[in-house]
Design a binder for this molecule. Structure first.
Ligand SMILES: Nc1ncnc2c1ncn2[C@@H]1O[C@H](COP(=O)(O)OP(=O)(O)OP(=O)(O)O)[C@@H](O)[C@H]1O
Length: 760
């Protein structure tokens, strides 16, 4: 027996040594690439001056080498994590980037996990081997191989395998059991089959990924972004990829995943962050956000814009050329009708209104002077004088002002009269009161969708700026064509070592790069441009978005190349979705696809049992995802008299249990508002969940809304009855709260537990 074991140990040690040798070759290769790239970057930066075409070329090379270096640095940790042994006798190592042996006909040394040849690493099973004999998961620490796990794919193994058909089960479970750090990690070494199929799904059309808590929706969404950028690099590097999350804390939580996969060209944003120049820091009631999110707000805003297109009750008078000039209702109404008929946004139709008015006023002045005595030129002169007159200008501006979205919305919400006119039958008194607020109140996330809609309704009178831009673009294109032409002729530029600009760019792209500063990625440019449209949009926690927010995102993605991940059972926002059909039908009818994730990688079975009870209370048809593991810790509950003393004690106990781990205390908003400061004082290691950096703290006091999408080693749930009763989506919130823990769950309550939790 012990002989057999020592034989096995010897084989294992030999295998580890062989893998170590291979890994050393890979890291040597990585070091060489880094040195070469650094040297090229240095050379490029050292060159200075020269003609404009040399500068453009340098800008592009700088960006290219910087991107390359970023990617080469990102893959340092866990660069190679797997190996495939095929029936054919071939062996491939799989890792975070592709490496090739230039001296040996570019034989692959390491397959990029996203390359088609690496796919069996994630998909092969004993029942469908796809030519794979053995899959090996390598466990490494920095550049050292620590251990490995082998899966021999034969039918015997299929019979012994777990019901969930997990790949690399031991490696996966070790990952899932590890302490959380407050930052999501990539899962590239342990992606499971059902996840891989979603990550690599085609890019066209709308793909909905529905899955219960902890099924890896966020992880899958981010790996899909990396996969799409790798596979459709050409297409996507021009327009960029947008990843939308529910709040800043969540974006901070997921912020490291794409860089760790070597991808930096993605814009991470909330919907509230998509309006350049606006920071939505305001807070408001859930009800106000819900009202603002309704589809009917489109009509409200349309009416609010029309309300800024006025005619005088009878007439107004202005003095022009020392005589009164009459702007009467009929003339203004005619001009307004003509302007509206053009179906242009308000600020653009304004020009038509003014033209009409100036023509009418010109005739009025002409009549005064004796029209018969005047010719065309005289009339034109009067027209010009009228346009230059400040009093006339002011009077017309009163009727049809040029207005920004910010001005209009601020004036709408701070004026009861304007609100009544605009909302009409769409809102009742109580709803209007929810919206009313003082002028200059900070913008909220729900306001941003309204501002974006208004920007469409109002338009920007940018005719002059556009003409100037078009002129510049023509010049730049001609210039870029010249650059390419000169370079193609210039034999000296064909330096073997250096990638020629004409190899990677055509004139149009070169001009675009040049125009928009060649050192910016599409994502960086998109962040400054409200009308930017993306190559692909990924929305996480998509169930939370209101109809108005969907309009914003659909405008950003006219190609409808989108991945929407979420769980309609976790919808907390009152304006959020009950069904994917309702969300998507207005935009793509039935032309969308849904795939489901069914395995819960986060919540251990002991806790999921409790959460499943809440789910079936919400809807008996809904099925909870299956947990991949147990934690050995039963959830507990304790009724206490005084939270202010009991909670710090419970936190201290739990912190001891999870050692270096992270703990969340989830409370109803009112309890957090009442007890927050007192608790923060009693718990110096705790933060109050108001800043994205709070996830670094060992203890975070959060509402369920703030904790959405996040996870912690241990969760203390406080006053679940109040959470369940908080809103009509209270049970959804309770379900979300119960599914945040990776190890331990405790419940503290002063009032009776909700029926569904009494089993704890
Ligand atoms: N294949 C995998 N390998 C390792 N870890 C995984 C895998 N899939 C998911 N996980 C881990 O499971 C946890 C839950 O994943 P994730 O947050 O993506 O789930 P989710 O479906 O978005 O959850 P929720 O709906 O609650 O927001 C994360 O820690 C994630 O890293």
């Amino acid at each position: 027996m012990s002989n057999a074991r020592s034989d096995r140990d010897a084989v294992r040690a030999q295998e580890i040594a062989a893998e170590q040798q291979y890994l050393t070759v890979l890291y040597d290769k990585l070091d060489t690439l880094r040195q070469e790239t650094t040297q090229r970057l240095k050379d490029t930066l050292r060159d200075s001056g020269g003609p404009p075409q040399a500068r453009t070329e340098r800008d592009i090379s700088t960006r290219m080498y910087t991107d390359k270096l970023t990617q080469l640095s990102a893959v340092e940790h866990g660069m190679c994590f797997g190996r495939l042994d095929l029936d054919s006798g071939e062996t491939f190592h799989v890792g975070r980037l592709g490496l090739f042996d230039e001296d040996n006909e570019y034989e692959p040394l390491l397959l990029d996990w996203r390359a088609p040849a690496a796919r069996p690493f994630y998909l092969a099973t004993a029942a469908a081997r796809d030519g794979v004999r053995r899959r090996r998961h390598l466990r490494t620490s920095w550049r050292k191989v620590l251990d490995y796990e082998d899966e021999v794919l034969d039918l015997d193994a299929a019979e012994q395998g777990s019901d969930l058909g997990l790949a690399g089960e031991a490696t996966l479970l070790a990952r899932l059991d590890a302490r959380r750090t407050g930052q999501m990690q990539d899962i590239v070494a342990t992606i499971q089959g059902e996840q891989d199929r979603i990550i690599r799904a085609g890019m066209n059309g709308v793909l909905v990924v529905q899955g219960g808590p902890g099924t890896g929706k966020t992880a899958v969404a981010l790996h899909r972004a990396a996969y799409l950028l790798y596979t459709f690099r050409e297409q996507l590097s021009k327009r960029g990829v947008l990843v939308v999350g529910p709040n800043e804390t969540f974006l901070r939580y997921i912020g490291q995943v794409l860089p760790s996969l070597g991808e930096t060209g993605v814009l991470l944003s909330t919907v509230g962050g998509l309006y350049p120049g606006i920071t939505a820091t305001g807070v408001e009631s859930a009800r106000a956000a819900e009202i603002k999110g309704r589809e009917s707000m489109v009509e409200v805003l349309t009416a609010a814009v029309r309300d800024r297109e006025q005619v005088p009750a009878d007439h107004v008078e202005v003095v022009f050329d020392r005589e009164p000039l009459r702007i009467d209702r009929k003339t203004a109404a005619q001009a307004r009708t003509r302007a509206r008929r053009a179906r242009k946004p308000h600020n653009l139709a304004r020009r038509i209104f003014r033209n009409e008015m100036f023509s009418a006023l010109t005739l009025q002045v002409a009549d005064r002077l004796g029209r018969d005595l005047l010719d065309r030129r005289d009339l034109d002169e009067i027209n010009v004088e009228l346009r230059a007159d400040p009093a006339v200008d002011r009077a017309l501006d009163e009727l049809w002002p040029e207005i920004t979205p910010q001005q209009l919305l601020d004036e709408l919400f701070s004026s009861p009269e304007r609100l009544i006119t605009a909302t009409g039958k769409h809102l009742d008194d109580e709803e209007r009161e929810e919206l009313q607020r003082a002028a200059g109140t900070p913008w909220t996330p729900a306001d941003v969708a309204l501002l974006d809609e208004l920007a469409e309704l109002l338009g920007e009178d940018d005719a002059q700026a556009r003409a100037e831009r078009e002129r510049q673009e023509r010049e730049e294109l001609a210039y870029a064509q010249g650059v390419l032409h000169i370079m193609e002729q210039d034999e000296e530029i064909a330096d073997e070592e250096r990638l020629r600009v004409s190899d990677v760019l055509d004139a149009e792209l070169l001009a675009e790069r040049f125009r928009s500063r060649s050192d910016l990625t599409a994502a960086e440019r998109a962040a400054d441009d409200r009308t930017w449209t993306f190559g692909h949009v990924i929305v996480d926690e998509a169930q939370e978005l209101s109809p108005m927010a969907w309009r914003v995102l659909m405008r950003r993605c006219p190609s409808r190349s989108m991945t929407l991940v979420g769980d309609v059972a976790q919808t907390g926002a009152l304006a959020g979705a009950n069904s994917w059909h309702d969300v998507l039908h207005p935009y793509v009818q039935d032309r969308w696809k849904m795939v489901e994730l069914t395995v819960n990688y986060r919540t251990p079975a002991e806790i999921m049992d409790v959460a499943a009870g809440v789910l079936s209370e919400m809807d008996t048809e809904l099925e909870a995802p299956t947990s991949v593991r147990t934690s050995g810790h039963q959830p507990w509950s304790r009724r206490v008299d005084d939270l202010a003393t009991a909670l710090p004690e419970a936190v201290a106990d739990e912190l001891r249990e999870v050692a270096d781990g992270r703990l969340a205390v989830l409370l109803p908003p009112q309890v957090l508002a009442d007890l927050g400061p007192q608790l923060a004082e009693a718990l110096p290691e705790a933060t109050l969940g108001t800043s994205p950096d709070d996830l670094d703290a060992p203890v975070a006091l959060l509402t369920v809304e703030q904790a959405k999408g996040l996870e912690f080693d241990a969760v203390l749930l406080v006053e679940p009855a109040a959470i369940a009763e908080e809103s009509e989506r209270g049970l959804n919130d309770l379900y979300v709260a119960l599914t945040r823990a990776t190890q331990r769950l405790g419940v503290l309550h002063t009032t009776e537990l909700p029926e569904v939790l009494r089993g704890i």
